[in-house]
Design a protein. Structure first.
Length: 427
């Protein structure tokens, strides 16, 4: 099926700016969801998916991958180690899925019978056409790739890339097709050899399964307490191309700084939140505009939601960094309540029924640590917690160090019920 739409590509003349989206019937979408629910339930029940993969999985969040990266790096700081990380970009990952290879991987995973036959039929004989100025082009059959916009495509992609993490001999985190690998060493030059070997494995894997790494967008960075070390460059290559160094890389929406003090991330979300708050302020004045309840809902959904980005990671930032975010909320509270600049912040928080951001950060970190302590023992985040030992050589505190202090401060119980990601009974 084809339908009209307003297309605003970055470059009108560049074919890569356009991405076809599958527009199927309601009955087709319903069938896809039914099959997807049953397939996903089986994958979680049999624990077939790699635990380093957090994309499109129930109970998983982007902060899960960032938690381990940040925790391992700061632990390295405590042991006088430096961490080099490579952020790998898979070019058009969904469009390049090798369908025959996907079916073979499903068969090897234990998926067969009518489920495999249905998915094989679902992927076959898919056509594409373009409509422009009332003229329809001839249809062409798509030989490879997964249908964009399909509920089933996400789960099928997880199956297709599921065997990659087990081949890598460094620390890794995967969120759908967003892959980061890292290693920590006392001497930074030692990380180069390990990462180059892992990059060679990824290159071989992509050539074998018809995927492609975008060398231009694949970058690396070095996290270290030493400014001299962070300025060094290493010869890291992918498919013969020299990788670029990014001073403050962005992974899963979080901008990371060299010493992982969360300065860049907090400044980034502060700028976004300030712009959004200024837009909300245009909706009311002293004598006209939206009422208090409406302004409160707009603030919570449009402004504070921006500042809630990766709250657990914000808990390790120093007070003078997080204060900039608190000021944005204080402005919003006084605007909602109609207060003056001299109105106490605590009074505005009570009147608007909005909790302080500092409490939200601490609670988010406690919830994250408690959740990792309750998941299966073979999960990398659970293993990170089980192996962790407090080592306060430097003043900078890790996520688990702050979490431990909060646990002792609030006297949290130590008896915990395990949780599972398997979504209940079979659908």
């Amino acid at each position: 099926m084809h339908g009209p739409g307003n297309i605003r590509p970055k470059l009108v003349d560049d074919p890569l700016s356009y991405r076809p989206i599958s527009l199927t019937s309601c009955l087709g979408k319903l069938a896809e969801r039914m099959v997807n629910n049953r397939l996903y339930w089986w994958l979680e029940k049999t624990q077939s998916l790699d635990n380093t993969q957090a994309g499109f999985r129930r109970g998983c969040r982007t902060e899960d991958q960032l938690f381990r990266l940040v925790q391992n790096t700061i632990d390295g700081f405590q042991n006088e180690k430096h961490t080099t990380a490579v952020f790998i970009d898979l070019q058009q990952a969904y469009d390049r899925v090798w369908r025959k290879g996907l079916l073979m991987k499903m068969l090897n995973m234990g998926i067969h019978g009518k489920m495999l036959q249905w998915i094989q039929t679902f992927l076959q004989n898919r056509t594409i056409g373009t409509s422009f100025s009332g003229t329809m082009s001839s249809k062409r059959t798509l030989e490879e790739g997964l249908p964009q916009g399909s509920a089933l495509s996400c789960t099928l992609f997880l199956i297709f890339i599921n065997d990659l993490p087990s081949l890598l001999n460094t620390q890794k985190a995967l969120f759908a097709d967003d892959l980061v690998i890292w290693t920590s060493e006392k001497y930074p030059v030692l990380t180069r050899a390990k990462l180059n070997r892992t990059l060679a494995i990824i290159s071989t894997y992509c050539n074998l399964w018809k995927l492609k790494v975008n060398e231009q967008k694949t970058v690396y960075t070095t996290f270290s307490r030493s400014p001299k070390t962070t300025q060094r460059t290493f010869r890291l290559t992918m498919n013969g191309a020299l990788l670029k160094k990014e001073e403050n890389p962005t992974y899963l929406g979080v901008k990371l700084d060299k010493q992982l003090r969360m300065t860049e991330h907090i400044n980034n979300i502060k700028e976004k939140a300030s712009k959004r708050l200024n837009m909300v302020k245009r909706l009311a004045s002293t004598t006209w505009g939206a009422d208090k309840s409406t302004l409160r809902q707009l603030y919570l959904g449009y402004v504070r939601s921006t500042m809630d980005n990766c709250l657990p990671l914000q808990a390790i930032a120093s007070e003078h960094i997080t204060t900039s975010l608190d000021r944005v909320q204080n402005q919003g509270l006084r605007f909602i309540c109609g207060g003056m600049r001299t109105t106490p912040t605590a009074a505005c928080e009570i009147d608007a029924n909005i909790e302080p951001l500092d409490i939200r950060r601490r609670r988010a970190l406690i919830e994250a640590v408690e959740r990792y302590k309750r998941i299966e023992k073979n999960h990398p985040n659970r293993q990170t917690i089980d192996r962790w030992k407090s080592n306060q050589r430097i003043q900078q505190k890790s996520l688990l160090e702050v979490g431990k202090n909060l646990e002792e401060h609030y006297h949290l119980p130590t008896d915990r019920e395990p949780i599972t990601r398997c979504p209940g009974p079979p659908p």
